[in-house]
Design a protein around this ligand. Structure first.
Ligand code: SF4
Length: 362
């Protein structure tokens, strides 16, 4: 192995905080040293998160696929006049929430486009309906883009909107809409989304109000290794400041049905090497995150399993309803039986444990 990499991995295991330059170098490794990086990350995972592979019983509720934005990586959103538009009303949302409750789901996550008629009140209504139909459920909803949109539509501050959402039942927030927190990349893949600075401000505000969130990255399109590391560094800095991130979730770009790929502006998703390195380097670089999730929805269960021996300690949710990745062309995204999760976890010598959204074991 390259001596510099061997020394770096040894230093990081000994407590050295990896620099951005060092992390960028690791992302370019493309030979058997990938396994060494993964092995170091696996050791770190054991030390920081233990052996259990965790998962949560959750269900997505898709509110509407109508969206005023047109992100280039999105195969889910529709414009007025398109075929296949839906907008679930109170009765439908409550039916789905009650069904989830009946299935013993502990978390409901809302997923939605930015409906042209939505205001802050629209989000509040949906959260109240869900909490009414599924009492005691953990509501994981909103992301900084939705908060900014609700604030703009209702002429409120983003803190004001977050307060209202919390009051309406929001327990934790989705760290999505982060994509890559580098404005030059955002200008290509999601020009209408809030800029990096605003994403950081809103997620920090949420943490300040006692609303924890996940942290995500969407990679494998047109970003460079430097962009990835800049993104990770932003997350690490926020975590130093707030401690409000529950986990880091790398989301591998699903390219098939997306405008970005069709227009030749993105490559055909990350490779297996890149998926593995993203988990491993995140584990080594994000020294203030306990939980690194591997997404079976984005990577498939076989790749996700390899992520578990490259720094990952969590398999995410069972799902029951998933539309975002399916819209972009992914298959088998609707539900993963905990029995299958157990099979892949035990196959790498680890026990499977059910958790809550906030990582308490149940
Ligand atoms: S990613 Fe979200 S904001 Fe962007 S077009 Fe799709 S639904 Fe709309």
């Amino acid at each position: 192995m390259d001596r510099a990499i061997r020394t770096l991995l040894k230093d990081v295991k000994g407590g050295h905080r990896m620099s951005e330059k060092e992390a960028t170098g690791l992302f370019s490794v493309n030979d058997r040293q990938v396994w060494e990086i993964a092995a170091a990350a696996d050791e770190m995972r054991k030390e920081r998160a233990g052996d259990a592979v965790t998962y949560v019983r959750n269900q997505n509720i898709n509110v509407t696929n109508l969206c005023v934005n047109a992100c280039g990586f999105c195969g889910y959103s529709k414009k007025p006049g398109d075929e296949g538009i839906y907008f679930h009303n109170k009765a439908e949302i409550q039916k789905k929430a009650a069904q989830a409750h009946g299935r013993g789901v502990s978390e409901i996550c809302t997923v939605s486009g930015l409906h042209p008629d939505f205001t802050a009140q629209s989000y509040i209504d949906v959260y109240r309906w869900i909490c009414e139909a599924a009492p005691g459920i953990h509501l994981h909803a909103s992301n900084p883009m939705e908060v900014a949109y609700a604030a703009k539509r209702s002429n409120l501050s983003t803190v004001g909107v977050l307060d209202m959402m919390k009051e309406a039942g929001l327990n934790s927030m989705c760290g999505t809409a982060a994509e890559i927190l580098v404005d030059s990349v955002r200008d290509t893949i999601c020009p209408q989304k809030i800029p990096t600075k605003e994403w950081v401000r809103i997620i920090t505000e949420a943490h300040g109000l006692g609303i924890p969130s996940t942290a995500t990255i969407m990679y494998g399109h047109c970003e460079t290794n430097e962009d990835r590391v800049q993104h990770l560094a932003i997350l690490r800095n926020i975590q130093d400041e707030t401690g409000g991130f529950t986990e880091f979730v790398p989301l591998s770009f699903i390219h098939m049905n997306t405008p970005l790929f069709r227009q030749g502006k993105a490559r055909a998703g990350a490779t297996g090497r890149e998926d593995l390195l993203m988990v491993a380097i995140a584990r080594l670089f994000l020294d203030n995150f306990k939980n690194i999730q591997v997404s079976w929805v984005k990577e498939g269960i076989k790749m996700a399993q390899l992520g578990l021996i490259a720094g990952g300690n969590d398999l995410g949710g069972t799902m029951f309803e998933e539309s975002i990745s399916k819209g972009a062309g992914a298959t088998n995204t609707d539900y993963l039986d905990p029995a299958e999760m157990q099979r892949v976890a035990e196959d790498v010598g680890r026990p499977l444990r059910r958790r809550t959204t906030l990582y308490e074991l149940v």
